[in-house]
Ligand binder design. Structure first.
Ligand SMILES: O=P(O)(O)OP(=O)(O)OP(=O)(O)OC[C@H]1O[C@@H](n2cnc3c(O)ncnc32)[C@H](O)[C@@H]1O
Ligand SMILES: [Mg+2]
Length: 207
């Protein structure tokens, strides 16, 4: 399909520690040397796209051109069925804006408390379906890019359960499971996550 990715240094173009940890674990068996954008002092570009793919491309290209190395970016989020797919591509902003206008810091549980409020207004039969979506973009320093998408379907739960993972993991229970991502060991989340599904496509296309 596209060109291959030879073993060597690969920038993880994310400033989210939880993502960097998961992507590092995914790359483990593939002979890559992951190095985070933060550790190289690379800037965090503005995410001006309106789709996961556009934002992933912006982030991957910014790191690849600034570092001269191939770079892998991840744009992801939660699509809530009862909210018509929101917050989607705005998942990170949304946690900030809902509750902390003008302040730094994100409080996902507070944002999800707001979602919970909306679901309660709809009533006990509210559709709790949600999906985590992840688009990975690999960019080469010459500007070529390749995109890969993965999804994990599930349910929103309240109250939050578990302290593993990051972000919205404690309020997301993947389909067919009794534990939330927040209650699962990292290996269990890795077996079924949106990020892993996108990564499997990347491996099929590039290695
Ligand atoms: O852009 P970078 O630097 O990669 O980091 P970010 O946290 O801003 O990442 P996004 O712009 O892609 O926003 C994704 C949002 O979705 C959340 N999210 C994505 N994947 C998740 C996962 O596996 N578990 C929990 N929350 C997740 C994440 O915490 C953010 O709030
Ligand atoms: Mg971001």
């Amino acid at each position: 399909m596209t060109r291959t990715l030879p073993p060597g240094r690969l920038v993880i173009a994310s400033h989210n520690e939880g993502k960097v940890r998961e992507i590092t674990a995914l790359l483990g068996p593939h002979g890559m040397e992951p190095v985070s954008a933060g550790s190289l002092g690379l800037p965090e570009p503005e995410e001006t796209g309106t789709t996961f793919a556009e934002n992933a491309r912006i982030k991957a290209l910014a790191s690849a051109t600034a570092s001269g190395l191939p770079a892998l970016a991840d744009d992801s989020g939660l699509e809530v069925a009862a909210l018509g797919g929101r917050p989607g591509v705005y998942t990170a902003d949304w946690a900030e804006r809902q509750w902390f206008e003008g302040e730094k810091g994100r409080d996902w549980y507070m944002a999800m408390g707001k979602v919970e409020g909306l679901l309660c207004e709809i009533g006990p039969d509210a559709d709790r379906s949600a999906a985590f979506v992840c688009t990975l973009c690999l960019a080469w320093p010459d500007g070529e890019t390749a995109l890969f998408e993965g999804r994990a379907e599930g349910l929103l739960v309240w109250p939050p359960r578990g302290r593993q993972g990051f972000g919205y993991d404690p309020v997301f229970q993947p389909a067919g499971q009794s534990l939330t991502f927040g209650e699962m060991a990292p290996e269990a989340k890795k077996a079924m996550s949106h990020r892993t599904r996108a990564f499997e496509r990347l491996v099929a296309g590039l290695f």
